[in-house]
Design a protein around this ligand. Structure first.
Ligand SMILES: [Zn+2]
Length: 247
């Protein structure tokens, strides 16, 4: 297994593709804050509006919740230093499938944004440890994003209409996958925990009485422990399955 923790190579442009409005912050909030602080141009693409995550609010409708969660997602992105407008694909929460249509919609965003780095969800994680089943939307969003990167975004005749319209092919260089059980890349997020906590707090409808500060620190240190077991001197980390695409 190839493992790497070298300092991220300060990507110029980053696209985050996630199923739900808070997924990016949980999985990669520290890394996103670090990338923006280092000058990257960062874009969010959220596949659903999180329309079913009512977190115990028994009167809110899905339509109302979609607006609440879109606003929370914008606030969370700003807390991480993201200046670009959040892109919403408006698929329905908890009904996501990695369809050709979804692949195509994500590939259009990739061709428009033209990122060096895509951060998405590991589609191979079905469960982990005891008591955790991965949300099927996470797997679907990850699966569709990988298929959007290869072959759709980079292959002219895979999207002939867009190619003819001038939406040129684009090859993503690096992929970071969150929620993975086969991590091989650790990003040092020391100094970015406060930003991650602030971003999670922006998801007020989801937090209830839970304050993310303790959890964020504990997860970062657990990931740091894993990084050190693999020989890397990092105390607080986020971890990813990493792919560097061939030239
Ligand atoms: Zn989620």
């Amino acid at each position: 297994m190839t493992e790497t923790t070298e300092t991220p190579q300060q990507p110029k442009r980053v696209l985050i593709v996630m199923a739900h409005p808070d997924d990016g912050e949980f999985g990669a909030g520290g890394t996103i804050a670090r990338f923006t602080a280092e000058g990257a141009d960062v874009y969010y693409c959220l596949v659903t509006d999180g329309q079913v995550g009512d977190s115990g609010n028994e009167t809110i409708t899905s339509e109302e919740l979609a607006h609440v969660r879109q606003d929370e997602a914008r606030a969370a992105a700003r807390a991480l230093g993201v200046r670009n407008e959040v892109i919403f694909l408006h698929y329905w929460d908890s009904r996501l499938e990695p369809t050709l249509e979804l692949r195509h919609d994500i590939a259009r965003v990739i061709r428009q944004v033209r990122p060096d780095v895509v951060i998405c969800q590991d589609p191979t994680t079905r469960w982990s440890g005891q008591g955790y089943i991965n949300h099927p939307d996470h797997r679907a969003a990850g699966e569709a994003t990988l298929a959007a990167i290869m072959p759709l975004a980079g292959t002219r005749l895979a999207m002939p209409v867009e190619s003819a319209e001038g939406l040129k092919t684009h090859n993503v260089k690096e992929i970071y996958m969150t929620g993975t059980q086969v991590a091989d890349r650790w990003v040092d997020i020391s100094g970015y925990l406060d930003a991650k906590v602030a971003a999670l707090r922006a998801h007020k409808s989801q937090m209830g009485d839970w304050d993310p500060a303790e959890g964020v620190t504990r997860w970062a240190e657990e990931n740091g422990n894993t990084a050190r077991k693999h020989g890397h001197d990092i105390k607080q980390a986020e971890q990813f399955k990493y792919i560097k695409m061939g030239d």
